[in-house]
Write a protein of this length. Sequence first.
Lengths: 293, 418, 342
Amino acid sequence: MTRTADRRAPALQLVLTAFLVLWLVVAAFPFLWTAWGSLKVEGDFFSKADWVNALTGPLTQVETGGSFTGAGYHGAWVQEDFWRAALNSGIVVVCVVCISLTFGTLGGYALSRSTYRYAFWLLLMALVFRAMPPITLVSGYLLPFYQWNLWGHLPTAIIVLVAINQPFTLWMLTAFFRNIPRDLDESARVDGCTPFQAFRHVIIPVMWPGVITTGLFSFLLAYNDFAVTAMLLSKENQTMIPKIASFLGTTQTKGNVMFAVSSVVSVTAPLFLLVIFFQRQIVSGLTAGAVKG
Amino acid sequence: MKHISRRATLASFLCSVALAGAAAPALADCGIASGRVSIVGNEFPAIKSVAAKAAECAIASVQIKANLTADHQKINLPGMQGNPAEYTTAIVATSSIVALLNGDVVRPLDDLVAQHGADIPARQLITIDGRIMAVAFMANSQHLVYRQDVLAQVGVEPPKTYEEMIEAAEKIRAAGIMQNPVGGAYAAGWNLAQEFVNMYLGQGGEFFEPGTARVAINNERGIAALETMKALSAYMNPDFLTHDSNATSAEWEAGNVALMNMWGSRTGRLMDAEGSTPEVYENTRVGAPMTVGGGSIPATTLWWDGWTVAKNISDEDALATFLAMKHGTSPALLNDKTMGEAVWMIDGYVPAEVNEGVLQTMAMGARPYPMLPYMGLLHTALGDNIADFLTGKEDAATTLADIEAAYTAAAREQGFLN
Amino acid sequence: MKHRTFLWFFLPTATAMFLFIALPVASVLVQSFYAPHEQVIREVENCTVFGCTKSTTIDQEATRALREAEPLGRFIGFGIYADRNHLAFAEVARAWRASSGWADFRGRLLNLPFYGALAFTLSYTAVVTPFSILLGFVVALAVNAIPRLMRGPMIFVSLLPMIVTPLVGALILFWMIDARGILGAALQGLAGDPGLSVKASTPLMWAALMVYGIWSTTPFAFVVYYAGLQTVPQDTLESAMIDGASRWQRIRYVLLPHLLPLTTFMALIKIMDNFRVFEPIVSFNAGAHAQSLSYFIYSDLGGETRLLTSAAATSVLTIAGVIVLLSPVLLRTWRTFGKASA
């Protein structure tokens, strides 16, 4: 497919490329720094003497005898069973994304196709709900959850994350569905489809860019959540972020910060594959179908 | 110390317990017939060891689980308010027991101690209004940490008062050894408030009018405490208001600091060979806490960690919990690995050099952190307001008035004041 | 769409939101009008390993009767909203009477915790929201222009600020802006002032928090715009080119209108999120220089004694603040709603 509309003047192309490179550095530098530093000891990576130590690693040399050490990785994955937390996170994230998107696409589609005012008010209410700070919500859950024996289980955390994320998912998907021409599903209805069939056969095939993007945010929300998972999950069901937090130590005791750093670095690799995989979905889904249809 | 003799008599007993433990680590006979034990507490090595020891009591009819997390204070109260309570025991400290007492969720242990706890030394029992509410197992406090070599270079003794500390700091700076020789966990919030609590107690101050919840810090002792803190901060890294105890320890290990008031529980890590150069860790020494303003009690607070038993559980579960936690904090807990994890109050504990500071704090008669129902509210108000004085936005009197006003509003809300 | 059909499509999400958000929001609202009962305090003697001290405790027997009579607590209406730690009506009035001029009044007002926090929260929202959206838009345009093969890795890299958990990300950046960190040292070099420290100065700390805010939320705007750009109808763009529209005209008349609903949506979400800022303040230990409404909630709920009513009142005030801030956007959505769906 040639994209004539995207062909640009060389000068502009240069400016854009320069900008992109700059952004690349700004976005990636802290992570690359972290990845490099995760192979050093804490005294070097968090050196209070000179930042150059994080690059050269004099203490790493003294303490481990080499320029690099895998002690952080070994400590987190072998000694502290970080894989268990990673597994729990995997379960939580997959469930949250699937349930969020199922609920969200149904609700978002309905909202985008409704001509009644109540649809607006429902969206508005969802937005107001979202304004409630999550810490307040979570501290409100504690007492009833303990009382009804719901506290500590993965399904509880999953459904809470889904609910907290619903307003966002609804708004985003409603916005995307509005961009899908209404004639598409209406013509399907004329052809004798039920509303659900129209949704299933006409909307679902063309909704992927919006859904993948929304899914990405559901994913990141569940993956990075601390407020909900730290307070609602018991030790054996702990997910990654609370586990990482527990490496950081408390006021009166020192933690293993390097365990936290290496955990963060090591869980980024699978995410890379995930993004590479789904970016094709974002592009190939396109509205090509919509335009031709 | 009176428990030294007791320690000697316990030696033979200890050996037998250790052997029994080594033979069958998971099948310790704690004398529990049946019941449920569920522990909630903070997450650090000493508490992990206690929970692991208590878990040895698990048999087919006794279920034991532990939930140790830094967020324990947020979940222990809701988790004990239900009936039956999710947690049958909470491991708490001097300050955090107050929330459980206020919420009326822990039971007096007098009967259990009388029937099943004759072997718990009396000093471990925490009594409130004559009733045993908790069993302490470890102690902690902040005290002086200093660099022997740096002090020797400028020819001063380890400071005994904060005034001497400031003098020593001036000499170190004047000698060009370090620009900011004083360290301290002065991060706005809990840490900073804790430093004020230390300093104000050292000045001989009382936080409240006796027997009431009316705050009484807006006086010359309060001003003196703030002024001392400001004088100290002049010798600290300019970022001191963002330095919590992690950052302060990092400054120490980098060799940027020669004098600081630090938690006894962290000194072990400062004196080991990790994260630092030999010049620093070999010269790191701990000392007694300092006094201030000519006072006789040191400007620091004593802390204990201990366990409680929930109120809203069956007597069977309470007994199981009591016996399991008693086992978890019994002399059998102590071995080569656990010995250095804390300043244990358990019989058989042999203090190491790094623990000298905490023991001296106790010997000097430092005051325990106030166990008052409304102290937490004042601590929060202190932490939110003192920074305004140290950054020079306000004078001391205005800051103290702000603290009083913030506390009073909170105490009114909680029903402590009308 | 018919009501019945709508109901079936909407039911799952409505149930989840009702149970886990609407009910808690309602209970928080109720909670904010009730405070704990007056506590009967008794003087007692406490004994620990450190000796015996005179202390006080709550007389549980005396307080129990009160609790059972009114399980919600005592009704105080808007008492907590009006107290010194929240809207502080009495203190504001006093400051107004006592102040010698506008500057003096402003100083006194900002010394009250709620208004001081509001000042930071609003500045943060006003700076971070537009900058992160704008930056995200430009990055999306740029990424959309590069060859396809490069886009995957580029998207991933652009997402990194969002992927690395703030817990550790902020910790590392906090260290980097330290006077001896790589960014802090670079700043000192640029400013030519070896004593410069970001963490010691309130304005620089505000700037650091805002830069972190922009850095960590730009990926969100980027991804939304990037997905939006994929749905731009190519034939419209091409016919615009055939009609001789310049690049800027195409952006102005084709791209921007197409991306407008997404921009509205993003502005709503970002204003809301930025108004609730608190994670960077905690991770940067910046409480001495900047506080926010959510930071107060965090400290009310995280202290030794939890101030539930205060946290509830601050939460309700946060919601109210969000509604006020969003009302222009919402009004616009309200007006276009009928049109868009007609």
